[in-house]
Design a protein around this ligand. Structure first.
Ligand code: ZN
Length: 420
């Protein structure tokens, strides 16, 4: 069994008085108080590196903390170890004759599952085991009217990428608060192609990773193909053949891997009736990869399209169809572009990998994957200012929970008001 120190619980008589030591004397950050009604305690977390100290004050005389203090006085109450699979851990301990207080997992704070081991088995220490809540993953297909356009958030299932690579120079203790990592240091993401429907037809912006990945990649990226783009299209009564146009933001596999499909006699365009719209300079970069971007540009994702004669190349920033305009950001790749959707006096922006998730709202929170991070930073600073001031509706392609929302700012802090 692998276990990581999550927190150390400290029973205190008065949680606010305890701040004089933990916050003022030690100078530690202390989180706001949180009421845990089921345990009849008030808690304040004090992060110390990865794990934290948790100050616990009883809110009722029958609280375990009140009982503890009346017997032994305030002090160290419990140690919490985090495990990946609580049920398996309990079975493992049970089989070794370890005395448990809870033989079954029970609900803990923030959707976690917890169980206590009896102190007699742990040499006088009350040990809590905890399994963190799976981060919410929302894969609903939702449609929004937007002037003359109809926008539908699709998805090509969940995947995971290395947390360090997703947040570049930001240290893990900071990003982990927003996006927990699994035991392999990966964070939960998803791929959300956007369907734009208008009088001129149906356009898909990006098309996910597709189904060509081998078992090794499926494992590395934690792809779950039981919930993928075909299912999302079916949710709105469409199939791959319903798509007229497929626009590539850039040609990385998690954005355009779904453009081709393996059939018996080789690789074919996956959207049988569609024209594929690709920026010419991005095509040049993608077909001439170097050591740093080779793992992201998989030739089988796009080369077969040109061979099949279904690509329409375009150059530079331009209006692709009425209401759909691309603008190069650079940064992530040399030709990475975002897509503006403009209709009825409103603007929505599909921001792709410039702001991949709602955890990337702060200017310097850039992906380690970016080839030219200073270029991303320059574009992003300007863009977010505009997005806040002009109330752009932002579509987050990789966010596991928030498909779209408005970026707001209050007291210098940015947050997203979720719409979809
Ligand atoms: Zn991406």
């Amino acid at each position: 069994m692998k276990a990581i120190l999550d927190h150390v619980g400290i029973a205190v008589q008065d949680i606010d008085k305890a701040l004089a030591f933990y916050r003022d004397a030690l100078g530690l950050d202390v989180h706001p108080p949180e009421e845990v009604a089921t345990e009849r305690v008030r808690a304040r977390a004090v992060p110390v590196g990865g794990p934290s100290l948790e100050l616990l004050e009883a809110t009722a005389p029958d609280s375990a903390i009140a009982t503890y203090i009346s017997k032994r006085g305030p002090g160290l109450h419990h140690v919490t170890l985090r495990v990946d699979d609580l049920r398996a851990a309990l079975a493992h301990l049970n089989a070794r004759g370890v005395r448990l207080i809870n033989s079954e997992p029970r609900p803990g704070a923030e959707g976690s599952l917890v169980a206590f081991i009896h102190p007699s088995a742990a040499h006088g220490v009350l040990v809590e085991l905890k399994q963190r809540a799976e981060p919410d993953l929302r894969l609903e297909v939702k449609t929004l009217g937007f002037g003359d356009l109809q926008l539908t958030v699709l998805h090509d299932g969940p995947f995971r990428l290395d947390g360090g690579a997703m947040f570049g120079v930001v240290p893990r203790p900071l990003w982990e608060k927003l996006t927990p990592a699994d035991e392999r240091n990966r964070v939960q993401l998803t791929m959300r192609p956007l369907l734009v429907e208008a009088s001129w037809g149906r356009m898909l912006i990006d098309c996910g990773a597709g189904d060509k990945m081998g078992a090794k990649q499926v494992d590395i990226y934690a792809l779950d193909r039981s919930r993928a783009l075909d299912h999302a299209l079916a949710d709105v009564g469409l199939t791959s053949d319903s798509i007229d146009l497929v626009l590539a933001t850039h040609l990385h596999f998690d954005h355009f891997g779904g453009a081709t499909a393996q059939v018996d006699d080789g690789l074919r365009p996956r959207f049988g009736k569609a024209r594929y719209l690709i920026r010419d300079a991005e095509w040049e970069d993608a077909t001439h990869p170097h050591e740093r971007n080779r793992a992201s540009y998989l030739q089988e994702d796009f080369v077969p399209l040109k061979a099949a004669g279904v690509v329409d190349f375009f150059s530079g920033d331009r209006v692709i169809r009425p209401g759909v305009r691309v603008e190069r950001t650079g940064g992530h790749t040399g030709q990475h572009q975002v897509v503006y959707l403009e209709s009825g006096g409103k603007t929505a922006v599909f921001v792709v990998d410039m702001i991949p998730t709602t955890a990337h709202l702060q200017d310097p929170w850039l992906m380690g994957y970016d080839l030219f991070p200073m270029e991303t930073l320059a574009f992003k600073k300007r863009f977010i200012r505009d997005a806040i001031d002009r109330e752009y509706l932002i579509f987050f392609e990789h966010d596991p929970k928030v498909a779209a929302g408005y970026i707001r700012e209050s007291n210098g802090k940015r947050f997203v008001e979720q719409v979809l």
